[in-house]
Design a protein around this ligand. Structure first.
Ligand SMILES: [Zn+2]
Length: 331
């Protein structure tokens, strides 16, 4: 485990650095360039489209729908979903703060600062930017930051785990964990789920390929699943032991980011988390409590399934969660 000076990591600060994100934006040698970036520091491009916090953990957090900035120089999108996911930027910052508190180390974090009416980074570029050149520039910055983070994580740790953070407005107040598997599949029995070899099509495909999971159904909703671990910490989840499938209710199974990276990039697994508002992201206390449950869940999940501890030996967590990194744009 890389040893990093805690004082710098524990109080990340925001910098506007022109050249570095432009280098990241060039993509090709992104992983080499991120080695010159300081983990836990927030880098923002001069246009304030994307915030990238390079990390030291194998975790990559993405926040595509929590931005608030609506610059006039980007045209409004006219098609698709235009509404933001309320407070998911702040939720992502709270999760990052909790990773630092529990491990002394930051996750890689990529935050779209643009409102979804200007850019939807969880879509391919045509629907995402709808032909606006500035929005396309922001889309490339966002995705090249993710690629740089993933390459660094895989090179450093041998794997990466991406968590894409969203908010839903569905009636049932529960987390919807998206693994790129249709919700209807989860309404099937465990035997049916296991029969159809769904592992390679899921965002946990690398873990399934490793042979360490007893079965796909167990990985999705057994006692060591993300859903089970979150339920144990007070957050009802689908799929999970309590709600094996969505039944007839709406369920988001993951989008462009989780498919493109967690499913399709070798060495990268992950999940899309669609959260309800009250109790998860409505207030700072909601976000702090959910962040504690999620980070605790990830520590256990990575130990049990990846045999990987993200908590350095002899590390003692700070008593309280530090304030999240300040948002770089005014609400
Ligand atoms: Zn969303």
């Amino acid at each position: 485990m890389t040893s990093l000076p805690l004082r710098r990591i524990a109080r990340p600060f925001v910098r506007v650095i022109t050249c570095l994100l432009l280098i990241v934006a060039s993509g090709a040698s992104a992983s080499a360039q991120t080695k010159t970036l300081k983990p836990g520091t927030a880098y923002i491009d001069p246009d304030k489209y994307v915030e990238f916090q390079p990390g030291a953990l194998p975790i990559v957090l993405t926040s595509p729908h929590g931005g608030r900035s609506k610059p006039n120089k980007i045209a409004d999108r006219t098609k698709g979903v235009l509404g933001a996911d309320t407070n998911t930027q702040e939720l992502t910052r709270a999760i990052q703060a909790e990773f630092i508190r529990r491990t002394g180390l930051p996750a890689h974090t990529v935050i779209s600062l643009l409102h979804r009416s200007k850019l939807d980074p969880n879509r391919e570029i045509v629907e995402a930017a709808q032909g606006d050149p500035e929005a396309e520039k922001a889309w490339h910055l966002f995705h090249n930051s993710i690629k740089a983070a993933l390459r660094t994580a895989v090179q450093t740790h041998g794997f990466a785990f991406l968590i894409d953070i969203h908010g839903h407005g569905h009636e049932i107040q529960r987390l919807e964990l998206g693994y790129s598997i249709d919700g209807g599949r989860f309404n099937q029995t465990d035997a049916e789920l296991d029969r159809d070899n769904l592992g390679p099509a899921s965002t946990l495909n690398d873990l399934m390929a490793s042979g360490r999971a007893s079965s796909f159904a167990q990985l999705m909703r057994g006692p060591d699943s993300l859903g089970a671990l979150l339920e144990e910490r007070g957050f009802r989840s689908v799929p999970g032991p309590r709600d094996p499938g969505p039944k007839r209710f709406p369920y988001f199974n993951g989008g462009y980011i989780s498919r493109t990276y967690a499913r399709d990039v070798p060495g990268v697994d992950g999940v899309q988390i669609e959260s309800h508002l009250r109790g998860v992201r409505a207030t700072p206390e909601d976000r702090r409590q959910f962040a504690q449950a999620l980070v605790d869940t990830m520590i256990v999940f990575l130990e049990r399934h990846y045999r990987y501890s993200i908590v350095p030996a002899n590390f003692t967590p700070a008593p309280g969660a530090p304030a999240p990194v300040q948002a770089s744009t005014q609400p």
